[in-house]
Every structure is written in structure tokens, then in C-alpha cells.
Design a binder for this molecule. Sequence first.
Ligand SMILES: *[C@@H]1O[C@H](CO)[C@@H](O)[C@H](O)[C@H]1NC(C)=O
Ligand SMILES: *[C@@H]1O[C@H](CO)[C@@H](O)[C@H](O)[C@H]1NC(C)=O
Ligand SMILES: *[C@@H]1O[C@H](CO)[C@@H](O)[C@H](O)[C@H]1NC(C)=O
Ligand SMILES: *[C@@H]1O[C@H](CO)[C@@H](O)[C@H](O)[C@H]1NC(C)=O
Ligand SMILES: *[C@@H]1O[C@H](CO)[C@@H](O)[C@H](O)[C@H]1NC(C)=O
Ligand SMILES: *[C@@H]1O[C@H](CO)[C@@H](O)[C@H](O)[C@H]1NC(C)=O
Ligand SMILES: *[C@@H]1O[C@H](CO)[C@@H](O)[C@H](O)[C@H]1NC(C)=O
Ligand SMILES: *[C@@H]1O[C@H](CO)[C@@H](O)[C@H](O)[C@H]1NC(C)=O
Ligand SMILES: *[C@@H]1O[C@H](CO)[C@@H](O)[C@H](O)[C@H]1NC(C)=O
Length: 885
Amino acid sequence: MWLYQASAILLAAAGLAEAQTGNASALPFPNTTYPGRESPALAGVDLFNATSPPFYPSPWMDGSGEWAEAYRRAQQFVSQLTLMEKVNLTTGVGWEGEACVGNVGSIPRLGFPSLCMQDSPLGIRLSDHNSAFPAGGTVAASWDRGLWYRRGYEMGVEMRGKGIDVQLGPVVGPLGRTPAGGRNWEGFSPDPVLSGIAVAQTVRGIQDAGVVATTKHYIGNEQERFRQAPEAFGYGFNISESLSSNIDDTTLHELYLWPFADAVRAGTGAIMCSYNQINNSYGCQNSYLQNYILKGELGFQGFIMSDWQAQHSGVGNALAGMDMAMPGDTSFLTGASFWGPNLTLAVVNGSVPEWRIDDMATRIMAAYYLVGRDEASVPTNFNSWNRDTFGYRHPVPQLGYQQINFHVDVRNEHGRSIRDQAARSTVLLKNTGVLPLANNERFTAVFGSDAAENPWGPNGCPDRGCDNGTLAMGWGSGTANFPYLITPLEAIKEEVQNNNRIIQSVIDDYAYSQIASLAGQATLAIVFVNADSGEGYISVDGNEGDRQNLTLWHNGETLIQNVTARCNNTVVVIHSVGPVLTNTFVDNPNVTAILWAGLPGEQSGNSIADILFGRINPAGKLPFTIGASRRDYGTDLLYQPNNGGAAPQDNFYEGVFIDYRAFDRANIQPVFEFGFGLSYTSFEYSNLNIARRSAGAYTPTTGLTSAAPVLGNFSRNLADYQFPANFSAVPLYIYPYLNSTDAATAANSSDYGLPAEQYIPPNALSGAPQPRIAAGGAPGGNPQLYDVLFTVTATITNNGTRNGEEIPQLYIGLGGPNDPIRVLRDFQRLSIDTGMSATFVADITRRDISNWDTVTQNWFISDYPKTVHVGSSSRNLPLTGTLEL
Ligand SMILES: *[C@@H]1O[C@H](CO)[C@@H](O)[C@H](O)[C@H]1NC(C)=O
Ligand SMILES: *[C@@H]1O[C@H](CO)[C@@H](O)[C@H](O)[C@H]1NC(C)=O
Ligand SMILES: *[C@@H]1O[C@H](CO)[C@@H](O)[C@H](O)[C@H]1NC(C)=O
Ligand SMILES: *[C@@H]1O[C@H](CO)[C@@H](O)[C@H](O)[C@H]1NC(C)=O
Ligand SMILES: *[C@@H]1O[C@H](CO)[C@@H](O)[C@H](O)[C@H]1NC(C)=O
Ligand SMILES: *[C@@H]1O[C@H](CO)[C@@H](O)[C@H](O)[C@H]1NC(C)=O
Ligand SMILES: *[C@@H]1O[C@H](CO)[C@@H](O)[C@H](O)[C@H]1NC(C)=O
Ligand SMILES: *[C@@H]1O[C@H](CO)[C@@H](O)[C@H](O)[C@H]1NC(C)=O
Ligand SMILES: *[C@@H]1O[C@H](CO)[C@@H](O)[C@H](O)[C@H]1NC(C)=O
């Protein structure tokens, strides 16, 4: 069975071309799971070496949901294409082959340009005159649907202006299984509902601006370590395959897949498959997850794009549902491709059926039409590989010297919006009354390198791979260049000086005698501390993407301690990628306020000043739990290979019990619970009302699909696929053409010519009508899952002295022995003036009260009593009721 998953014609070992250098660092390796913290549902289940069942054929697009018109237009376009033109749409031209981080081939005959795929989830990477937005994990703390949409739209507008077709974001994988996961900050929240609503709003925003959104990384991409064998090799780990995230069916549906379903329902045009294996089958060739779950059950209509070098075979990936190979070469700069000429050959020899390549091309073009790229497209006017105005179009072979950067300023007025987004995402964790600052403080002192500019400049470290100066973004491909970075120190200094008061700072974290001296004079101290993480290809201070610990960087705890020892009015501001341990200072009476400001982007200083000085009343709520120790989270990263030289096995034994669900189940008191956040005013909750709504019964989807459409025809004569006469090929560039009329020579692979039964799984070539999936039926799954069964209302009153905003949250207890005590299901950000009330309205859908049944492969509502809780955090829930089913 594994053979169909892991192998195929044209399979090759992943190269070591991009291996990093370094040593396996000596870490205080924690256990992956903590004894006694396994999910009760997984008692007796062995996840080690779990397998992923095969599922074929790959579902073909059918234009369901909002895709009908895009589908019609895509079919019309693809019907005109030759086989090699279709191959060009599906295969990248190779790493650094063109201006964007990924480009597919073009169709010169029809004047159709190469599609441009560009990072990142928080703005345009490797460019200039673009904005640097707050990170996903930061804006998650706003719990604000409108803000998420607006941020997505603004990013989309910038992408569009640079000539980018496909934005490589947003992120819901990692979801945030463990707080130390290096890329958690690129995503939103470990809660699937908060992430699901945020991703849907972001997708809509990006795509309404005329750019295709790529929801990534599908799926189980929960840690950096071991995500790619060559990268791990560079860090001194001798493993032959990527880590396998071993996830059971229920956990997949109730947790990790949930926000992907929301993204699909919102119309995401692309989904990126991940580096890791899932149940020992690579993300981009896992037929179960791509064919059955994503394109079958979730009815995904767009295209699946590989992560960069996450493709490990040719035919195997095509039959397992992948639609676009990125960046196109087997590994960076080999000049060879699993697709390109190999895909041309595979279609000609029947290993990949024609309907499958037609479906790949149709899905890509449908996403293009869905978002209106035919009208929004402008030529790409920047180059990822060089910031100079002139340079090589193809930098590796140094060909095509020309103007490559046109420095188009796409920022519009987004800076103002970014300032607002970050301020509204700031969480007030502690306040003894010092905030908001009256700005009549006699002597203000600011401390910490995190308050100030990186001495190397805001973009001084490539892909932000350092922690110098104020932290406003993590590191890796999920970054953008800053147009400027307003530091906290400059914003606060301007504010204080405008009032002719005193302000001084020490930004050397280790100048303890100067710190003590200044702290002793200050009537107010503001200490900035941080904790960073990022993507696995960069190691910062021994953190190979993932964090080694949950404590502060640059000895932030000691810095705080030195300040508080001399100053009884110390405000702590934390810039971090996720939870940090606050035990050493949280209860210190001299710490009079604590703010979590996340990764705020380019307006960092202005955003925090707006909160400190009370221009904006904080209303952000933690999108994760802050615990007293990493053990309290109940699960952890896999820091050491545990399977010899074979794929490390990352067993998700905690099931659905991550973050607050783990704390609640083990009855562990967090320091600050999920959903917690203070305001400068106060709110009262009353009048819970639960109204039953009429909805039909849940009916499984039945029947058969139509047969796979075939668009056009093609020759079986290899002579028709040779490089055109006098063609001047760019070295290392991936083309669809063959270099020989002998198939084995053209494939250049020892795997060529294997008997088909060794690499073509049963049923994989069939274009006959297929049974529909019971839990499917439309993009996002069975449409009746989204029927509203109840509407809950409550009254929220601002009983304090300032106008403010409050985020009432609705949690449901599903009641079963394997269920979390309560799970978030809805929320609303309400603006309520002092003395006034507002009504919180939350709909409860069928999905919200369902569990996944692994036997029927469908959702069902259990007989256990269901409770509803409404309040201001996951542990402050004054209103409770029951759902009468
Ligand atoms: C076809 O794929 C194989 C890997 O399976 C690779 O070694 C070979 O170079 C590829 N052929 C071409 C022409 O890119
Ligand atoms: C790690 O797990 C082992 C085996 O379950 C246990 O004996 C040990 O105490 C654990 N260590 C920690 C630090 O939790
Ligand atoms: C898991 O699979 C690897 C690779 O096939 C094998 O070496 C190992 O013995 C297996 N371990 C268990 C416990 O099944
Ligand atoms: C495929 O794309 C490349 C790169 O844009 C282009 O040079 C070539 O002409 C295209 N081939 C076909 C058949 O359209
Ligand atoms: C910037 O960061 C790098 C990488 O962590 C470090 O080596 C360097 O000392 C830092 N430079 C400054 C000026 O802070
Ligand atoms: C945690 O990691 C940071 C960053 O590498 C490091 O500065 C700090 O010393 C570490 N903390 C502990 C307690 O080891
Ligand atoms: C300040 O930091 C130094 C260096 O770690 C430490 O030895 C000292 O105890 C701290 N002072 C106070 C008052 O906390
Ligand atoms: C709080 O600050 C005062 C100085 O204002 C100092 O005397 C006292 O020791 C500090 N307390 C703590 C717990 O650091
Ligand atoms: C700090 O100490 C000063 C001087 O002892 C006192 O006037 C002030 O009220 C204290 N501030 C706080 C916030 O406790």
C-alpha cells in the first residue's frame, strides 16, 4: 500500500542542494508527550508508523458553489491549449528562474503571461515600496472580522500592483499545536474556529482585490525541525525522510482540517501542500488527504500547489491530486523536474490520464478567473532576487540584463490602517491603574533593545533572520521588507517631549549598572522584551526555526528584574511570536501593567503608543494560552529523531487537546487563559437567550459525479514534443519540451519504463463517474453542516468610565467523554460607549455541535447534553445555558 503513496515512475531521492550547515545543538530535549496527557480517545491506539490509505482517482473539478462561471471560462481557455501549454501552466520554471519566488511557464501563442507566485502571508516578500503588515498570529488577537478582511484586501491590492497573481498566504498550518512551533506566528491561533473565521475573511479580502489566495500548509505542518530531510541533515541529523505527523481521523476533522474547510468555503483559489508527511505519506503525494479529504469531502475547486521542494515524485503526485509543481525543479537549481518534460511524457505514455492534466490546468485557470485576474493583471514590476534597478532577469546563469525593479509604490494609505490593526490586536494582560498614561509623568525611562532600531537597519538581516532591535516580524519566507519601522522608543519619545517632560532610555539589555541608575530615577519605566522564531532554513541563536524555550530572549527576565528592583511603576511590553513564560515578573507588585503586542509590523511604535496613551482602548484577547510552564501545554515538539534513520514519528497523541483544551482537561490554572484581555473600561454580561432555529435534517450526499471531462486531444508521437528549432533555452530553466525522441533518454531517469502496476494505483486512471462523499457536496463540505440550528443572544453593558470595545465569546461543551470541556464557537467585537449596552448575537451551526464519526465517515450530533457559555474569556463565562435538541 505504501508503494502507491511514496513511490512512482520518475521517483528520485531528494537532493542535498539546499542543505544548511550547522550542528545538532545540545538541547534540553523535552518529551514529545507528557505521560497522562494523551487524549482518552487515543487510549490503546498506536500512531507510530501510522499509514495513510490510498484514494483514487483524483476528483475533477465540477464548478460547484461559486465556481460555476470561473469553471466555464477555465474550460473554454484550457480547451484551446496544446499538451505542452497545459504542462507549462502546471510546472514552475525552476528556482530563481524568473522574477517571483515561483513562476510557471507562459503560453506565448495566446499572449498569456507566466503566473507569478509570491510570498508572504503578511505582505510582499523580497520587494520594496510595499507595506509590512502585522503577522497573522497578531491580528488573531483582534477577534475582528472586519479588520481581517481589510488587512487581506490591502495586502491583495499591494500584490496586484506589483504584478503578482498568487499570494502565498494565509496560513492555518501550523495551527499552533505546541507553543514553540517556529512558524505559528504566520498562522492565526491554535483554536480552529478563531483560525477558521480569520482565514476565511483574509481569503475573501485578498481575492476581492483580484489576487489568488493560497491557504497553507496542508496539513500537520506543526514544527520546523525535520520538515525536510536535507535541512535536518544540515543541522546534523541523519534522517532519510521528512517527519511524519501522525494524526487520527477524528483529530484531523475536529481540529486541523476545520480552518481549511472554512478557507475552501470562502473560495480560496489555491492550497499549498506541506513538507511533512502525514501518516507516513508526503503531503504533496498523499492521495487520502488531497483526493479524498480536500478535493472529495471538502469539494475544493481550486489548485493544490507544492511547497518549495515538497514534491518527491512525478506521476505519484499527479495521481494523488497535486496540480502545480513549485518552484518546478526537483530541488533548487538542478535543471531537472519531476514534471515539465516528465509530465509531458507521462501524459503521452498514459501514466497520467489526459483528464488529470486537463483538470490541473482547469483548476489553475478557474482560480484565475474566480478572482478576476483577467482584468486585474499588470506585468510583474519587481524582482525577488535583487533590489537594484538593473540586473539579470535570470540571475543564476546571468542572462537578460535589463531593468528588473520599477520600484512601484503600492502602499497607498495602508500605514494608517496597519497602525490601527496592530493597536486593535494588542492585549492588555495586567493593569493596576497606571494605564492609560496621563502623559504628565515626570520622568519616563524606556528599556530594552526591543524598544529601538536594529543597528543593522530594519531589513538588515535577510528574511529577518536575527533578533536585533524591536521585533515586529518573525523570520523566514513569511516576511516582507519594511518600508520603515517606527520603533516604540521614537513614538514614546515624541509623545513625552511634546509635553515637555523627561524621557531617557537604555537600549543595551546588559548594561545593568546604567539600567539600575536610570530605573532609580524614573517615575515610570517601560520595558520592552521579546521572543522570536521562524522558518527552519534559518537558525538564530541556536533556534533552528522552532523555539528552544518559551522564555524571553536577551535575558529579558533579568532586565525586567533589574528595572523593577529600582522602579515601582514598571510597564512591560512583550513582542513575541506566541506564548512566553511570565512567571518571574507577572506577580511583582512593581510591574504595574503588562501588554502583549505580538508582531505588529511597520507601525509598531505608533500602535503601542496609541494604547499606552489611551487613544485606543485596548480590546484584544489572547489567541492562545499563557501557561506557567511548557509542560502545562500537555504536548511538545519532537526535538530528537525517534525512528533511527527513518522518518521521525511525531505522534499527535494529545488528539484535540491542545492549548486551552489541554489546560481545561488537566485542570491546570493558566497564567492568562485563552480569550483573556483587559480594557480601560469594564463590561457586564446579562440576558442569555437561546432561540432554536428551524433547519432540515442532515442528509448525507449521495449519487455519482459526472465523468471526467477531457478538453482537446494530443499526439502520441514524441517527435511532436521536441524543443522548437533554434530555441535558445535558458540554462537550468524548466520547459515542457523533450530533448530526445527516445522516451527513456528524454526522461533521464532510471525509473522510466517500470511496469505500470508497480506505480499506478488501482482506479487512479479512471475518469468514470465516482460516488459522491457523504460528508461532502459543496466547497467546505456538506452544505447542511452550515445550517443554523440556534441563535444565542446576550446583553453586554459598558459599566465603566470609558468608551470601549468588548469581545464576547461563545463556548460550547459537546458533553462526551472524549470532548474538550468547552470549545470556542463564535465571538463578536462590539463597540460600546460608557453606560450603553449592545446585543451579542451568535449563530450555532450544525457543524458547531457535531462530532466526527470515523465509521460512517460523517458528522453526527451526539446524545450528550450540550451546554452554552458566554463570557469575556475561556475561563470567565458568567452566562450558561443548555441546547435543547
Ligand atoms: C525526470 O524526473 C527524474 C526524477 O524522477 C529526474 O531525475 C529527471 O532528471 C527528470 N527529467 C527531466 C528531463 O527533468
Ligand atoms: C519523559 O517520559 C518518560 C517516559 O514516559 C518519563 O519516564 C520521564 O519522566 C519523562 N520526562 C519528563 C521530563 O517529563
Ligand atoms: C517504523 O518504520 C521504520 C521504517 O520502515 C522501521 O525501521 C521501524 O522498525 C518501524 N518501527 C516500528 C516500531 O514499527
Ligand atoms: C513554456 O513557457 C516557457 C517559459 O515562459 C516559454 O518560453 C515557452 O515558449 C512555453 N512553451 C509553450 C509550448 O508554450
Ligand atoms: C544582529 O544579529 C546577528 C545574528 O543574530 C548577530 O550576530 C549580531 O551581533 C547582531 N548585531 C547587532 C548590531 O545587534
Ligand atoms: C531561551 O532561548 C533564548 C534564545 O535563544 C536564549 O537567549 C535564552 O537564554 C534561552 N533561555 C534559557 C532559560 O535557556
Ligand atoms: C541585575 O542583573 C544582574 C546580572 O544578571 C544580576 O546579577 C543582578 O542580580 C540584577 N539585579 C537585580 C537588582 O535584580
Ligand atoms: C519595588 O520598587 C521599590 C522602589 O520603588 C523597591 O524599593 C522595592 O524593593 C521594589 N520591589 C520589588 C519586589 O522589586
Ligand atoms: C512608588 O513609590 C513612590 C515613592 O515611594 C510613591 O509615591 C508612588 O505612589 C509609588 N507608585 C506606585 C505605582 O506604587
